[in-house]
Design a protein. Structure first.
Length: 327
């Protein structure tokens, strides 16, 4: 017997999510695969693979195959997706799989084809693509098929996609290669530059989560960071404050704000009026950055709404497409 299944996929730089047609989240794990370089085989993916970053022997290499929202390693992406798709369902090898997968709005035709081919190589028979901001708008419950303007900022791990949607189409859009990973990297570079301390990306992410912000907040604090000193290669430490990290983060956030303003400037006046009434919806894992909503409202002067689970909006939007039969 030939079974069938339908999956929505948010193939993100830092996290991949899979959902079924009803919008149930099946997989929500890091976009990481661990490779045994001796056998050239992927030994694990997702959470287990991420735990190995910076802690593996030379024969095992954790790989993040998605960079800046696009595929950097085709084979590893296909293997990672195959693992996720297998774990998301108990169907057998005779299952026919149809997939709707999101892509950043600024990707090239070659990059779009790479995503489609990787999903097929992972085991899907039917593959359709949807731009991430459109999927995010659907997942956030915005009236994207009506004759009214809705604006979405989808702040992911590798990119920040900005779009105004109406009548089921993107009216104006922008995409910048700034996401949560770029913030982590900026923090790592700050410690190297200002304190002569080498730390890993995981430490950069921990700093962002613990004291990072885009606006001042109650309970700001200092934090001791441990790493390796550049000058002598020995273990060392440095003390940083919330204000230090905010200054680093806001260099990048200001670039995103500039892109939002450019998108609004390219938007028809009537659609812009709709956005002023409805507000801007902020989705993606980056939406949880402390103080980001307040900084956007302060600089753009338009209300900003963050859904309850902003990081799931894109994958829920792909599920909406499956339910509507838009594949």
């Amino acid at each position: 017997m030939i079974f069938s299944r339908e999956l929505g996929i948010d193939l993100g730089t830092s996290t991949t999510l899979l959902a079924d047609k009803r919008g149930h989240i099946l997989i929500n794990e890091p976009s990481v695969a661990a490779l045994d370089i001796k056998t050239k085989q992927v030994i694990t993916t997702g959470n287990d693979a991420k735990k190995m970053i910076g802690r593996t022997p030379g024969s095992i290499v954790p790989v993040m195959p998605i960079r800046g929202g696009v595929i950097a390693d085709f084979d590893m992406t296909a293997d990672m997706l195959h693992s996720f798709m297998q774990r998301s369902s108990k169907r057998n090898m005779f299952t026919k799989t149809s997939v709707v997968v999101s892509v950043p709005s600024g990707v090239t035709e070659v990059e779009r084809r790479a995503v489609e081919d990787a999903v097929r190589a992972a085991g899907a028979q039917d593959v359709e693509l949807i731009e991430a901001p459109m999927a995010a708008a659907l997942g956030a419950g915005l009236p994207v098929y009506e004759a009214t303007g809705s604006m979405i900022i989808d702040f992911g791990g590798g990119t920040c996609d900005i779009a105004v949607v109406t009548l089921g189409r993107v009216a104006s859009c922008n995409s910048v290669k700034i996401g949560g990973d770029a913030i982590n990297e900026a923090i790592v570079n700050y410690l190297k530059r200002e304190h002569g301390l080498l730390v890993g990306e995981k430490t950069g992410e921990d700093i962002k989560l613990k004291i990072g912000s885009a606006s001042e907040y109650d309970g700001e604090a200092a934090m001791e960071i441990k790493g390796r000193r550049i000058e002598d290669g020995l273990p060392g430490s440095a003390e940083i404050t919330s204000a230090d990290i905010r200054e680093v983060i806001n260099v990048l956030i200001d670039e995103i704000i500039a892109a939002v303003k450019e998108t609004l400037e390219a938007t028809l006046p009537d659609l812009a009026a709709d956005i002023l009434d409805r507000g801007i919806y902020l989705t993606g894992g980056g939406a949880r950055l402390r103080g980001l909503k307040e900084k956007l409202e302060r600089d753009i002067k338009i209300p900003v709404i963050v859904p309850n689970a902003p990081e799931t909006c894109v994958v829920l939007g792909t599920a909406v497409c499956l339910r509507r039969g838009i594949k």
